[in-house]
Design a protein around this ligand. Structure first.
Ligand code: HEM
Length: 416
């Protein structure tokens, strides 16, 4: 056993037992971050903060929410919104955070794509990030069901029905997921369990993994410069702070993060107090009714692009029905981002503005995703149907062409 001496303070006592000084160095004061990064690199910490807001506001909501199809709607819209002191505040904070978290996730993801932060040793950061995207999506979907309004019910119906398209096991799988032949009480209680327990626990585990995957390759920088972190850290520690290309996470880098967080909070609380309605669909203020289908069913804004990929297919091809093609395109859209590190054939990490063809690819992808999102909200009628088809086909072609485009950029530079 190690030798323990009499400690002169509580801190020293704890340090002897838990080695807090070394832990603090590794995690904070000697965790090195490149100097050359902008506000977009604060999104990771903003995501962790927003997840914290979701957990805290969710705990308060759970104290009054009733996971029962006869009680759920009133427990949210009457008990929490009208009877519980500040219940409305926690509901608005939770709903707005659930929407805003996806905005930040998309900014964080596309920053990674723009700067090529997903390859050359950073693949595991990307893959763990995509796992977070998937688990957040599942959390968003399961949470949307809980108020048991019309949109909760019908969105659950549409999404669970999708599994029916899987050959051979589809029909049985739908019943297994729902726990009933229809979306019913058993569906609500299991989605409640997923939303308040299993998914948050899994998300916490994956966040820890995501942070761990950053340790070896370190965070990228604006010029994608390959840094010798040990040499740069030595410069910093020897007092040569100006020349060193790195800064410690604590207290230097975090001060930048806190400044961005301050601005984010102004925006977030402005939405919570004055524009919470954007995160709440008016149709969902009608209680769920399995006899009345809403005229137009659509998901929350952050799923609209993939929903439009699902709906975009309008032609049968041979024996394949348009609906089946849509389902395959939807499957493609949901896994293709995960494969990005392996589709990009450029061996060098460079920001998009230094990869001419990739730069064009990136902005076309942005425009296409915005178009898909806008079309996903519109009814699939007339011209919108054809535009949706073009946007869906473009999305698939963009990803199929990525290996060629990235290789061509690298060839032009003489890197392959
Ligand atoms: C709750 C979700 C997430 C949290 C808390 C989180 C947190 C972080 C943090 C703190 C960083 C380091 C600083 C920064 O670049 O912001 C980071 C980096 C990164 N994250 Fe995430 N992240 C999340 C989701 C995602 C998602 C969905 C992706 C996309 C697939 C992703 C991909 C990346 C990449 C590629 C980096 C490296 C950036 C670089 O090297 O410059 N993350 N993440």
């Amino acid at each position: 056993m190690a030798k323990f001496e009499k400690a002169n303070s509580v801190g020293e006592w704890l340090d002897q037992r838990l080695n807090l000084t070394a832990f603090n160095k590794v995690m904070m004061t000697e965790y090195w971050i490149p100097k050359d990064i902008n506000f977009l690199w604060a999104m990771g910490v903003l995501l962790a903060t927003t997840f914290g807001i979701l957990i805290i506001s969710g705990i308060f909501l759970m104290m009054y929410y009733k996971p029962d199809i006869h009680l759920a709607f009133d427990s949210v819209n009457y008990t929490i919104m009208q009877e519980v002191k500040f219940g409305w505040l926690f509901r608005h904070m939770h709903a707005v955070a659930a929407s805003v978290v996806f905005l930040i996730i998309y900014i964080h993801m596309f920053t990674g794509i723009y700067y090529g932060s997903y390859k050359q040793g950073r693949e595991m950061i990307w893959i763990s990030g995509m796992l977070l995207f998937m688990t957040f999506s599942a959390a968003g979907f399961s949470g949307y069901m809980l108020p048991w309004g019309q949109m909760s019910y019908w969105a659950a119906m549409v999404i669970t029905n999708l599994f029916g398209g899987i050959p051979f096991i589809g029909d049985a799988l739908v019943v297994w997921i729902r726990g009933d032949f229809n979306v019913a009480d058993a569906t609500l209680t299991r989605f409640f369990m997923l939303h308040v327990f299993l998914l948050p626990v899994v998300i916490m585990g994956i966040i820890a993994l995501h942070f761990y995957t950053l340790r070896v390759p370190h965070v990228n920088n604006q010029d994608s410069e390959e840094l010798d972190f040990d040499a740069e850290a030595e410069k910093y520690l020897s007092g040569n702070k100006k020349e060193s290309k790195v800064i410690p996470f604590w207290p230097v880098f975090i001060s930048k993060d806190l400044a961005v967080m301050g601005i984010f909070f102004i925006f977030y609380f402005y939405l919570v107090f004055f524009h919470y309605d954007f995160a709440m669909d008016p149709v969902n203020f009608d209680p769920a009714d399995n006899m009345v289908t809403p005229t137009h069913i659509y998901p929350e804004w952050y799923f609209l692009w993939s929903y439009e990929v699902l709906r975009g297919s309008i032609f049968n091809v041979g024996s394949l029905k348009a609906g089946d093609i849509g389902l395959m395109a939807f499957g493609f859209a949901n896994v293709i981002f995960l494969l990005l590190p392996f589709l990009d054939r450029d061996p060098k990490i460079l920001p998009a503005h230094k990869r001419p063809k990739f730069f064009i690819w990136f902005w076309i992808l942005m425009i296409d995703l915005i178009a898909l999102t806008a079309l996903g909200k519109l009814p699939p009628q007339g011209i919108f149907t054809y535009l949706g088809f073009v946007a869906m086909v473009s999305f698939i072609l963009l990803f199929l062409s990525l290996p060629l485009i990235t290789k061509s950029d690298a060839k032009k530079r003489g890197d392959v």
